[in-house]
Design a protein around this ligand. Structure first.
Ligand code: ADP
Ligand code: MG
Length: 347
């Protein structure tokens, strides 16, 4: 694999020791206008990501995970309005224009979308789709691009890679297409990979291989990763830190060990309750009664209050702030808030 890596790999920066985040998200909100109403799909989200760090973003379907990832690189359509700041190596992506963003997307920051088929062009061979990406984002010559494309397919574990360059997406199985997507995403040696449920549709063996691949690349390239998943087994296996989303907000965040072993927010507790302590099964396990609120029907207070067995009066009146509940561990919950220092939203 090392022959493939052009950027020098640096020593892995651990979350605790990294004081200069690669990505710093502050007060990110994304709204859609529907029939004159402002619907907030992402609501005041803040987090930092260190180089080489893998952050798991978890939450039920519709909690805003995909829109958060898309908002980071300005690809929310149609008519999404993005507020707040997304500092990437000191530059604010939110205020960048489209040509500036295009230089960063697919080069410094790559994204693997939830559905591989929708992001591969069915009419072009895989080889062409990879070499076009290399042409756009590297200075490699024609023959070098061809060679690199084979190396990339090989890296993501596609057998007989050289013979697959002329194949079209439909000639690959679901798992292999997902690998091709990853190969395209990795063509530019990204410093940040945004991976939206990259393994959800795949069988467990392939899931493991792809997660291991992402983790290897993190180590080799010091690539930071935001991994969206609703599989807590995937989180346990591959993430350093976890942020739990509910109704567009991050409601709890901390190290993987802390969140899985000592969650504080009633929602996170609910997510974890049916997972056996020793071996989280590799299936989504959201078994909390009720459903998340619709964007156009958000409760006045805490968005989780209508489903929360511990909810009190204040929970129905105002949305809780993000507060420290332990070392590097924060949660937004009125019940936990008492006598704890407020860190402001999501910090
Ligand atoms: P997740 O990835 O966590 O399942 P999403 O980020 O896809 O959730 O969606 C969050 C919320 O935003 C959902 O309620 C969804 O219906 C809404 N949403 C997504 N895209 C749009 C859009 N273009 N217009 C209006 N609402 C949207
Ligand atoms: Mg999604």
């Amino acid at each position: 694999m090392s022959g493939l890596i052009q950027r020098e790999s640096r020593e892995n920066a651990l979350p605790e020791t990294a004081n200069r985040p690669a990505l710093s998200v502050q007060g990110l909100s994304t709204s859609f206008t529907k029939q004159g109403r402002d619907l907030k799909a992402v609501n005041n989200v803040s987090f930092d990501l260190a180089p080489g760090e893998i952050l798991g973003l978890v939450g039920e379907s519709g909690s805003g995970k995909s829109i958060t990832l898309r908002s980071l690189i300005g690809i929310v359509r149609p008519q999404g309005r993005i507020d707040g700041s997304v500092l990437w190596k000191g530059r604010n992506l939110v205020t960048m224009n489209e040509p500036q963003l295009r230089k960063i997307r697919g080069r410094e920051i790559a994204m693997i979308f939830q559905e591989p088929m929708s992001s591969l062009n069915p009419l072009l061979t895989i080889g062409l789709q990879i070499t076009e990406n290399l042409k756009a984002h590297t200075s490699l010559g024609r023959q070098e691009r061809q060679k690199r494309a084979i190396e990339l397919l090989d890296l993501v574990g596609i057998p007989a890679a050289a013979s697959r360059l002329d194949d079209y997406p439909h000639q690959f199985s679901g798992g292999m297409r997902q690998r091709v997507m990853i190969a395209i995403a990795l063509a530019s040696n990204p410093e940040l990979l945004l991976a939206d449920e990259p393994t959800t549709a795949l069988d467990v063996t392939i899931q493991d291989q792809i997660l291991r691949l992402i983790m290897d690349l993190r180590t080799e390239l010091n690539m930071a990763v935001i991994l969206v998943t609703h599989d807590l087994g995937v989180v346990a296996q591959s993430c350093d830190r976890v942020a739990v989303m509910y109704a567009g907000r991050i409601i709890e965040s901390g190290s993987v060990g802390t969140i899985l072993k000592a969650p504080q927010h009633p929602y996170t507790l609910g997510l974890l309750q049916s997972v056996p302590q020793d071996q989280p099964p590799r299936t989504p396990l959201f078994s909390i009664d009720g459903t998340p609120p619709a964007l156009d029907d958000m409760p006045t207070g805490c968005a989780f209050a209508p489903r929360c067995q511990q909810a009190q009066g204040t929970c129905l009146e105002s949305a809780p702030d993000f507060s420290l509940v332990g070392s590097g561990h924060a949660a937004a919950c009125h019940i936990l808030e008492t006598a704890r220092p407020s860190l402001g939203e999501n910090k």
